[in-house]
Design a protein around this ligand. Structure first.
Ligand code: G1P
Length: 278
């Protein structure tokens, strides 16, 4: 079965981005010309997906407004580019009722996904080139769940889901186990889940069986751990760039690096960088 649907969780508070996120969702924070979540929707679109569910929550209405067709009297190139995509995709919204973790948020996608494999793209993460597209290629070969990982410095493992796995071909690993935010001592590797997944619909049953952690949050990684006992699961080592926009340094880096390649502002930014003495 082909991957035809994408789910984008965008319900988290964005506390690491305060006060920028005091009155706007972190997914609406701008990176060069566009809010973060537009990059994510475009990644799904350019991976061939046309049905997208965005999981929002309290204080996230600006996201829905952003994906309305624009009715500005004079349009600019960027809104026209977005309108073209919006003509071709169906975007659905559902609100997570309480902030009970990523696993709980994903549960809201069950009716939308039904019995198909789907792409899960975290709404505050940008990847270049499109990680979802590469993951779909891996899925098409192995026909089971696959999660994108990247190597992180060992002192950062406690910020991520970490996989224990063995290589089966270049950049593809069979997963033995997964652990959410381990301490350095507990971490089975430094391969961190980066926010792009292809999951089979069996994940929903597994999330329902997942016990909440301290604070009542249900972690997706814990659900995937159950799924891994029932069917094979692979990790794919992504070699492109990944920016976590829920983190100020990554957000600033994304702005600078993406601006450098931009036709409108690239030259000016290059000049600025050349002129800065640090
Ligand atoms: C979530 C996941 C974690 C993953 C991370 C990627 O954590 O729970 O497994 O590695 O996203 O950004 P969060 O960043 O929401 O704390």
């Amino acid at each position: 079965m082909k991957v035809k649907k994408a789910v984008i969780p965008a319900a988290g508070y964005g506390t690491r981005m305060l006060p920028i996120t005091k009155a706007q969702p972190k997914e609406m924070v701008p990176v060069v010309h566009k809010p973060v979540i537009q990059y994510v929707v475009e990644e799904a679109y350019y991976s061939g997906i046309r049905d997208i569910l965005i999981i929002t929550g309290k204080g996230k209405r600006a996201i829905e407004d952003h994906f309305d067709r624009s009715d500005l009297p004079k349009k600019d190139k960027y809104t026209e580019d977005l309108d073209k995509i919006l003509d071709e995709v169906n975007i659905f919204f559902v609100r997570q009722r309480e902030q009970k973790g990523l696993g709980d948020a994903v549960k809201y996608a069950e009716a939308f996904v039904d019995d198909e494999p789907f792409a899960l793209l975290l709404g505050d993460t940008i990847t270049f080139p499109s990680c979802a597209k590469e993951l779909i290629q891996v899925y098409n070969k192995y026909k089971t769940s696959v999660v994108a990982v990247e190597e992180v410095p060992i002192e950062k493992v406690s910020l991520y889901g970490i996989v224990k796995c063995r290589e089966v071909e270049e950049s593809v690993y069979l997963i033995d186990d997964l652990v959410e935010k381990p301490s350095i001592d507990e971490a089975p590797s430094n391969l961190a889940i980066l926010g792009r997944y292809i999951l089979t619909p069996e994940i929903f049953e597994c999330i329902k069986e997942t016990k909440p952690r301290k604070g009542g949050e249900i972690q997706l990684t814990d659900g995937m751990r159950i799924l891994n006992t029932r069917e094979r699961m692979y990790a794919y080592l992504f070699k492109g760039k990944r920016y976590d926009i829920g983190n100020k340094l990554d957000w600033l880096k994304a702005n600078i690096e993406l601006a450098l390649d931009d036709v409108e502002v690239g030259e000016g930014i290059r000049e600025l960088i050349r002129s800065i003495e640090v």
